[in-house]
Design a binder for this molecule. Structure first.
Ligand code: DP6
Length: 338
């Protein structure tokens, strides 16, 4: 029996200029460009095997079989790729994360980048990196960026084909340290997908959108010039602007916990003492503390000494999505219509 199988690995990413709010929720066309760094240690490895004998898709994450919304989201995503390949077979998807679930690292970015690359390879689809990024985006917006390594910008676009990420600079360009201060592993009340749909209800969303173009330009040139303070300033401000939108949405989204604030204040006090360190926060309570390698051990030790900090996970710039295995002999040839 033929099995079309492939395995891929992708890193999570941390956005310096955030994606928050869509022009089109179904297609995940964002309202603005966003900009991120792909992470090297927080990775997902996903194997996809399409088989003619499966009645339904099967999804296993970290050894646990999934159903409900998680399975539906993956099935819907595979449908896009099945339609493109002209194949109807169901798939068995095995996914493993290198980082704890709920650690505040956007697992959907690594998960959907790896899933898209593995499924496309298994189906024999010969997609360009740009096309791969558009397909990854359909699964999770931020996954469009995890297709590429290093420093990455996602171009908003107004149509499916025009909304993709591209690399600004490779991982070797600049060794930034992302020390994630985990203050809570509790399940979030509202995930990103639900949050994006609420962004337009905040009176502050237009203000953030009006400023984001300038913020992107500053962040892009700060990265290219390796100007840590210029990047830190615009990054921290944009995270706060996004959280202002979240807090003033209806219903209001308040992701911060006491530990979140403790870390934010600590980072500011270290900075006042001359340490190059800034923070950014995604849709959760954990804080990504960005610093330079020569300050890593000091910053990590200080973070670990904050009572509400349970764990600190360190990441550096990492590579883009990689194909690990492919069963060549049983895969359809590119663009085969079955
Ligand atoms: C706050 O990409 O997780 O991390 O497209 O609904 O899967 P979906 O949303 P997602 O949103 C990420 C939001 C963010 C900011 C960012 O990573 O840019």
């Amino acid at each position: 029996m033929p099995v079309y199988r492939a395995k891929a690995q992708a890193g999570a990413n941390i956005a310096f200029i955030k994606y928050w709010g869509n022009l089109d929720d179904a297609l995940r066309l964002p309202l603005t460009n966003s900009l991120s760094m792909t992470l090297d240690r927080a990775t997902t490895v996903t194997e996809v095997a399409f088989r003619p004998d499966l009645a339904a898709d099967v999804l296993i994450i970290n050894g646990v079989q999934q159903g409900g919304a998680a399975l539906e989201r993956v099935s819907r995503h595979l449908d896009h790729l099945r339609a493109r390949a002209g194949l109807t077979w169901r798939a068995r998807v095995l996914s493993e994360n290198s980082f704890p679930t709920g650690a505040g690292i956007a697992s959907s970015a690594a998960a959907f980048a790896a899933l898209t690359a593995a499924a496309a390879a298994a189906l024999g689809l010969d997609l360009s990196p740009r096309e791969l990024s558009t397909y990854a985006r359909l699964g999770s917006g931020s996954a469009a960026r995890s297709v590429f390594g290093g420093f990455v910008e996602w171009v908003a676009g107004a149509r499916h084909e025009d909304s993709y990420a591209y690399p600004i600079a490779p991982p070797s360009h600049w060794t930034l340290v992302d020390a994630v201060a985990v203050v809570s592993t509790a399940h979030k009340a509202m995930g990103s997908t639900g949050g994006h749909a609420l962004a337009s209800t905040s009176p502050f969303q237009p203000a953030r959108l009006a400023h984001v173009h300038t913020a992107l330009a500053k962040a892009r040139s700060a990265i290219l010039a390796r100007d840590f303070h210029a990047l830190g300033e615009v990054m921290e401000l944009d995270a706060l602007a996004m959280h202002a939108v979240m807090m003033t949405s209806r219903p209001s989204l308040l992701y911060w916990q006491p530990g979140t604030l403790a870390v934010m204040h600590a980072v500011r006090s270290w900075r006042e003492a001359g340490i190059p360190v800034y923070f950014t926060i995604d849709a959760g309570p954990n804080v990504h503390v960005i610093t330079l390698p020569e300050h890593e051990s000091w910053v990590v030790a200080q973070l670990q000494a904050i009572p509400d900090v349970r764990e600190v996970l360190v990441n550096y710039p990492g590579p883009g999505v990689r194909l690990l295995e492919r069963e060549e002999e049983s895969s359809p040839s590119p663009n085969t219509t079955l």
